[in-house]
Design a protein around this ligand. Sequence first.
Ligand code: 4NP
Length: 160
Amino acid sequence: MKILMVCLGNICRSPIAEGVMQHIVREQGLDWQIDSAGTNNYHTGESPHRSSQKVCRQYGIDISHQRARQFRSSDFDTYDHILVMAADVYDDVSRLAPSETALQKVHFFLDSLSPGKQASVPDPWYGDESGYAPVFDLIQRGCNAWLTFFTGNTPIFNRS
Ligand code: 4NP
């Protein structure tokens, strides 16, 4: 299984989702590929935001090696599922979908917790560092729910 997490800048939300989901699938012994990308190229080549790195590190997840890259239409060929963090991201990603089959690979990340609600993960970029812990918590719960959705297994990882 190949899963791509997508947000705007690929430095705050989707790097956390990539790191957490990789951690979960590794704990499960699954050989899945988990990556992330951003719809814009403002931060291409950059490391995740220091507050994203910090909150992940607090829970034993190192995301310092990640580098931001822009989402591209060929990602529809590479990945089985494309999980988007927000409505604006959904719009930009789906505009690049080459077919109806490709479009069906795109899901709102939070639909694993609230199916069909198309809710957005709040973007901590626009606030101070205190915004990152609740976002991590939400993403961690969302990733656990995706693992259960895809496999039927209850994930082991829990921050508490
Ligand atoms: P992200 O947050 O999409 O979660 O990585 C953002 C990071 C940077 C910008 C916007 C959102 N920006 O406009 O530079």
